[in-house]
Design a protein around this ligand. Structure first.
Ligand SMILES: Nc1nc2c(c(=O)[nH]1)N[C@H]1C(S)=C(S)[C@@H](COP(=O)(O)OP(=O)(O)OC[C@H]3O[C@@H](n4cnc5c(=O)[nH]c(N)nc54)[C@H](O)[C@@H]3O)O[C@H]1N2
Ligand SMILES: Nc1nc2c(c(=O)[nH]1)N[C@H]1C(S)=C(S)[C@@H](COP(=O)(O)OP(=O)(O)OC[C@H]3O[C@@H](n4cnc5c(=O)[nH]c(N)nc54)[C@H](O)[C@@H]3O)O[C@H]1N2
Ligand SMILES: [Mo]
Length: 708
């Protein structure tokens, strides 16, 4: 983005014409962000909750009190009484990532760590851990070279890609068609993406059946590529698993005719450059880990893994990256086997517990009951199943602290809300997203305006807080001593040097002087303000370096995967709830926020439930009717919109609405709408068994006219 700053104020944002990849494109949310930066509803001083609402307090008062209370809780109950929830925007800020990890892991081995990953990515990362031995790097479709892209559960025309960073992603997908290729979108709704390409409608939460059938065809028609045998162990095991899932047998689950499945399987095997890609819609069903595993298994079997135009691994090109990945993989696989959550007995996945169970972890007595809760860049009351339960649980906490730009539906319940910087008020580098770029690319940015009021970065806040506690864990003690050492040189402790090391060691980096003119954090900002492409395309043939199992071979056979396949047979739909609900991201929302921007809220936006005209007719519903949507777990009311661009039996509802943050975002609070996650279950039996994912798609519902 190009920011216009006048008299120290950010007055406008526009896309950057000189950006090598976006070439002058930005989405509406990016352009509207100036309204967030200057929002009069933003939190700009620390706030303390009192009986009569929030009152501004100074940093010393806030942090001294939080530190004292945290120290007491830690002394009395141990680290198991302390929890951190890391929300989605934290992934876009290196300062925040380091702060969250240093705090949550540093406070002690029993602490709880939750993140939005169990509503989003944990199933993807666990599938990786099964197949390749480590959660990273994640395979992405080679968008720039593929000739057949099959997308399941993703809507990049609206979302702009997830686990796949490609500015102008829609244009890049049209390029596939222009070069004679195809884009097939498997989705219960003829989404904005499906409408521009080929749509293959599917019954919600049935992708595992489709993928098992694709494998079934690849095996029975002898289409399994020779490359697959060279890359993986366990193909025979996999073949056996797929036997019962002929396309004829699965079509009653998926609604996809057997012929279409056979044709797709043959195309995937027969097209030299083909890739299957799945994302949110395939990650948040009842068997998200299995579904994701199967996507990769199809890519592998069809000979499309780690080859140009296939499903590829973007590595940083950093020496020793494999060793890091190996150590991480070994440790995560060990904790997956050994560690269990207190509530529900879920296994540990990338160190994050199921956020759907956060409320129960707060309210269930016993050892490791949560007493102190930190929420950084999150709004779990709206984003996890059963927000009502979570809201109520906040009353049981001895200490709760939110770090946010706003008082939202969750931080409204906190004892303190601490003001943070926006991305225009801090330096940054998108560390999390380096390996998801369709074209390997680096860019770093500096702050362009000063923080409003007393806002500080998450790292500065947490480092200061740790300094004020008397908690003597190895990490906290080390951070305090390091802070003292750098303070003597008049500096503040910062995680920036770690980012600098990563940039310097990676592809394009200066390798500490070995590569003249190579990149450093500073040089990226000073000499490449528009960013720089570091390689023309993603390198392939890297599997041996990516897979951390012995001999670099993909591992297909897993007891847990077999169990999940068997569990498909026991799935049922509760009587009285004949419809299935899916999500629907909107171009002018970002999960539960950005609803306070006048630009994004223009035109009286309201939340709708979208359903098939035939399902509506069967219920005597007309377009615009106020309806009640019920699931076995809750109910909400809203207007209904009718369409024929959805698989019959499906209802689509956007998430992130139902604002009521007292004293918080005023425009958002006036926008109406309902929290769709009141329809979701927080019962441990309904949490996805392997990765602890919240169940957010294919949820059984009924829709009825609201009786007045
Ligand atoms: N405008 C906007 N952009 C965003 C966000 C936002 O809130 N608004 N959020 C950002 C975030 S945090 C993320 S994680 C990404 C997500 O980005 P994507 O992964 O692209 O996810 P969605 O846009 O939610 O699209 C999911 C699609 O899956 C479909 N679907 C639902 N259930 C199923 C199913 O069972 N099977 C199949 N095959 N499809 C299904 C839905 O109809 C939908 O079209 O978007 C990011 N970008
Ligand atoms: N039903 C249903 N539920 C869903 C989804 C769905 O598709 N359907 N999608 C899920 C997905 S993919 C995700 S990622 C989660 C998101 O769930 P969460 O991460 O819990 O919630 P967000 O709505 O992203 O809230 C982000 C908060 O961070 C604040 N914020 C923004 N920038 C910053 C910053 O730089 N620093 C700090 N400290 N705060 C900041 C915002 O003001 C906002 O309050 O929701 C999930 N929930
Ligand atoms: Mo997400």
């Amino acid at each position: 983005m190009i920011a216009t700053v006048e008299d120290g104020r950010l007055t406008a944002l526009r896309p950057d014409k000189d950006h090598p990849l976006s070439a002058g494109f930005a989405c509406q949310k990016g352009i509207a962000f100036a309204e967030v930066v200057n929002d009069p509803d933003r939190v700009t001083t620390p706030l303390r909750r009192t009986d009569s609402g929030f009152v501004p307090v100074g940093w010393d008062e806030a942090l001294d009190d939080i530190a004292a209370r945290l120290t007491r809780i830690h002394r009395r109950h141990g680290s198991g009484a302390v929890a951190w929830y890391m929300g989605n925007p934290a992934a876009f800020s290196y300062s925040h990532l380091f702060a969250a990890i240093a705090f949550a892991k540093g406070i002690g081995p029993d602490s709880h760590f939750f993140s939005s990953s169990t509503q989003d990515t944990s199933s993807r990362l666990l599938a990786n851990q099964f197949l390749y031995g480590a959660p990273f790097p994640v395979p992405i479709p080679d968008l720039m070279r593929t000739d057949l892209l099959v997308m399941l559960g993703a809507n990049p025309v609206v979302s702009h890609g997830s686990f796949l960073t490609a500015p102008r992603i829609k244009d890049r997908m049209h390029d596939i068609v222009k070069r004679g290729g195809r884009v097939v979108v498997v989705d219960p709704r003829r989404s904005e993406t499906a409408a521009q390409f080929e749509w293959l409608g599917i019954v919600p939460d049935s992708d595992a059946y489709l993928l098992l059938s694709l494998l079934h065809v690849l095996f029975t028609e002898d289409l399994v590529d020779r490359l697959a045998r060279a890359q993986a162990d366990g193909l025979d095991w996999l073949q056996e698993q797929c036997v019962p899932f002929s396309p004829e047998a699965t079509s009653r689950h998926t609604g996809i005719p057997a012929d279409a499945v056979r044709a797709l399987a043959r195309d995937l095997a027969g097209t030299e450059r083909a890739a299957v890609y799945g994302r949110l819609g395939t990650c948040v069903g009842r068997s998200g880990t299995l579904t994701t595993y199967l996507i990769d298994a199809v890519n592998l079997a069809a000979g499309n893994l780690d080859v140009p135009g296939g499903s590829v691994f973007s590595t940083l090109g950093m020496p020793g990256q494999k060793w890091g990945s190996m150590a991480m993989g070994a440790s995560l696989r060990r904790s997956y086997r050994r560690k269990r959550t207190r509530v529900g007995g879920f296994r540990s996945v990338i160190g994050a517990e199921p956020a759907a169970l956060m409320a129960k972890e707060i309210s269930t007595p016993g050892r490791r009951q949560i007493k102190a809760m930190f929420i950084g860049a999150g709004n779990p009351v709206l984003s996890v199943p059963n927000g009502d339960e979570l809201e109520a649980a906040f009353a049981d906490l001895d200490l709760s602290v939110g770090l946010d730009l706003y008082v939202n539906e969750t931080t409204a319940h906190c004892d303190y809300v601490l003001p943070v910087t926006s991305m225009y008020e801090r330096d940054d580098f998108a560390v999390t997203f380096q390996m998801f770029q369709a074209t390997p690319f680096r860019q770093a940015t500096d702050a362009v305006v000063a923080s409003p009021g007393q806002a500080r970065t998450e790292w500065d806040i947490i480092a200061d807080l740790i300094g004020r506690t008397a908690i003597r864990t190895p990490v906290f003690t080390a951070l305090r001593s390091a802070a003292r050492v750098v303070a003597r040189r008049g500096k503040r402790l910062s995680p920036c040097p770690a980012i600098d090391v990563m940039i310097r060691l990676s592809e394009g980096g200066d390798r500490f002087g070995l590569r003249r003119g190579g990149l450093t954090f500073r040089r990226l900002i000073d000499r490449h303000p528009h960013g720089v492409v570091v390689a023309p395309e993603i390198r392939t043939g890297v599997l041996g370096n990516v897979v951390v199992y012995p001999k670099g071979r993909v591992r297909l056979a897993h007891e847990d995967i077999a169990t999940e396949i068997s569990a498909l047979a026991t799935r049922s739909q509760p009587p009285g709830y004949p419809l299935r609900m899916i999500g629907m991201r909107e171009p002018r929302s970002e999960n539960s926020w950005l609803h306070n921007s006048p630009l994004l809220m223009r035109g009286k936006r309201i939340q709708h439930a979208l359903m098939h005209a035939d399902d509506a007719a069967a219920r005597q519903l007309s377009d615009g009717d106020e309806v009640c949507v019920r699931s076995p777990y809750g109910q909400i009311a809203m207007a209904v919109s009718l369409t024929t661009d959805i698989v019959p039996g499906t209802v689509a509802i956007p998430h992130g609405w139902g604002h009521k943050g007292s004293g918080g975002w005023q425009i958002a609070n006036r926008a109406g709408g309902a929290n769709v996650n009141r329809l979701m279950s927080s019962d441990p039996a309904d949490v996805e068994a392997l990765a602890g994912m919240s169940w957010l798609t294919g949820v059984p519902v009924q829709v009825e006219l609201t009786r007045s």
